[in-house]
Design a binder for this molecule. Structure first.
Ligand code: BG6
Length: 498
């Protein structure tokens, strides 16, 4: 994993399939620009965009320059600088080249061969149906052959498969053509600063890990609540839903970093093996432990918003879930009997991505004769979005002559200690791929273990079970999700903005 102050990555050719796509504009280019600004890219970097639309080097440069400038006006995205550093952008811009080509035609790869020599990274910022064909096109033209001349790596975006069989088939298809070590399967949650810092929190301190287990922890709650709806992505979202979109990938990455055993080192294989073990220990989730929801019209952030079924490209009878709550069981020594609750949803009351670790109560109720009705749980909140930090809740004596106890909390914001670095979440991932560090990328077995855990749910949903319960946009989710936790004597943390 890269660290601050590290040296520039080695020179390479970065080939981006999907040059005209949203991901390239919104995240990949801003990340490259930030890396250039931080001096982490080599002078020898060359960036080739590939897409089917006719364009030229200048045309592509021009379009991207306009998009980059537009980010200074639009504060809603991940990248919203006050101004563009023209030197850093010029550094990137002059390295941009465009190749027009159909991803499924051999001529595209023949043309590319003329542009690629030495180290190369092929970034598949394309729709999932092209993952197989692009890898096959690259392999057939010899572009994946690593030799003395340099490395050849492939970055694959999500969704990696739509269920276990399709993920296994895609892995088998690509692993016939290049070695596992050449594939970098992205999950952008792993590029988030705080997700990485959970590893540091757990394993760089002596005070958390001894208590990070069933003897002390009552339950763990993992939340990824968004205020955005499906926006213009109805076509993608309808057959996908919250389960496929968020759970086996993003939510399970959060689960892995919080629940895996300490790896022997931070080497990619050590970390990824512990993640695989953890995910393999997740008991396949049964429909009784899941609650699906779908947002209806409501009021959010002071405006009226439509329901999911009224969104563009969404069926008025859609049964796709935009919310999912799950109760997970981890069958291993450390977590036996500790429920892990997961929830993710769109159009929720606030944006909050957080892991809350609820500790067991003190073993002996020494304060039971005081006026205290019941002590609040100790809770450690690892806050990922929107404000990275951590919050700890504990009980203290209320000042005064009477022994009274109340809960207080301490809050830590990373920005209070460290200067904020411009970051869209892809900088570390791109840099790490350039230096050959796969720690933050998913190995084939990680992906398959994630799908395996959700297979019973996908099967039940496909049979038409578990009709999504409606929840109003701007609310905390469907009532059934509260009942899911109440059955274990628990309650969700409030989503109220802090
Ligand atoms: C994407 C999903 O992978 O992650 C989106 O496809 C979701 O539906 C997004 O909104 C959430 O990411 P973040 O970084 O905004 O929490």
């Amino acid at each position: 994993m890269s660290a601050a102050g590290t040296k520039p990555a080695p020179p390479c050719v970065l080939v981006i399939f999907g040059a005209g796509g949203d991901l390239t504009k919104r995240l990949v280019m801003p990340a490259l620009y930030n890396l250039a600004g931080a001096g982490l890219l080599d002078q020898g970097l060359k960036i080739i965009g590939v897409d089917h639309v006719a364009n030229t080097d200048d045309g592509w440069r021009q379009a991207l320059t306009e998009t980059m400038r537009s980010f200074t006006e639009d504060k809603t995205g991940e990248f919203h600088p006050d101004a563009i550093d023209e030197t850093a952008w010029e550094w990137i811009s002059q390295r941009l080249h465009y190749v027009q080509g159909d991803f499924e035609r051999p001529e595209t790869y023949a043309t590319l061969s003329g542009h690629v020599s030495g180290n190369a990274i092929f970034y598949l910022a394309v729709a999932a149906r092209f993952f197989g064909p692009v890898v096959e096109g690259l392999a057939a033209s010899g572009l994946l052959a690593e030799g003395e001349t340099g490395f050849r790596r492939v970055i694959i975006e999500k969704p990696f498969g739509a269920d276990l069989p399709s993920a296994q088939a895609l892995n088998a298809r690509i692993l016939k053509l290049a070695d596992e070590s050449q594939y970098y399967r992205i999950d952008h949650f792993l590029g988030k600063e705080t997700v990485q810092s959970i590893l540091a929190m757990r394993f760089a301190n002596g005070m958390f890990e001894p208590m990070w287990r069933r003897e002390y922890i009552d339950h763990v709650e993992i939340t990824a609540a968004e205020t955005v709806g499906v926006e213009q992505r109805g076509g993608f979202y309808e057959p996908t839903g919250a389960l496929r979109d968020m759970v086996p990938n993003h939510m399970f990455q959060l689960l892995s970093v919080v629940a895996m055993e300490p790896p022997d080192s931070l080497a990619a294989e050590a970390v990824r093996s512990e993640k695989a073990k953890l995910l393999q220990a997740v008991r396949p989730i049964q429909p009784a432990d899941a609650v699906r929801g779908q947002y209806s019209a409501g009021r959010l952030l002071d405006r009226e918003v439509v329901g999911y079924r009224q969104e563009p490209h969404v069926s008025p009878e859609s049964r796709t879930e935009t919310y999912l709550a799950l109760k997970l069981t981890i069958d291993n020594w450390r977590w036996a009997g500790v429920p892990f609750y997961i929830r993710t949803g769109k159009r929720m009351a606030s944006r909050k991505t957080e892991i809350a670790v609820y500790y067991k109560e003190a073993p002996y109720q020494m304060f039971r004769h005081t006026s205290v009705a019941g002590l609040a749980a100790n809770v450690l909140r690892l806050q990922i979005d929107p404000v990275p930090g951590a919050k700890m809740q504990y009980n203290v004596k209320v000042p005064g002559p009477v022994m009274n106890i109340d809960a207080v909390h301490t809050t830590l914001r990373y920005s209070d200690f460290f200067a904020e670095k411009p970051n869209v979440g892809y900088e570390t991932l791109i840099y790490d791929c350039m230096i050959g560090d796969a720690t933050l990328f998913q190995r084939a077995d990680n992906i398959e273990a994630g799908w395996m855990a959700v297979e019973p749910l996908l099967a039940a949903f496909a049979r038409g079970e578990g009709t999504p319960e409606l929840y109003s946009a701007g609310s905390e989710g469907p009532a059934g999700a509260d009942a899911l936790l109440a059955s274990g004597g628990h309650r969700w943390s409030s989503l109220a903005a802090e």
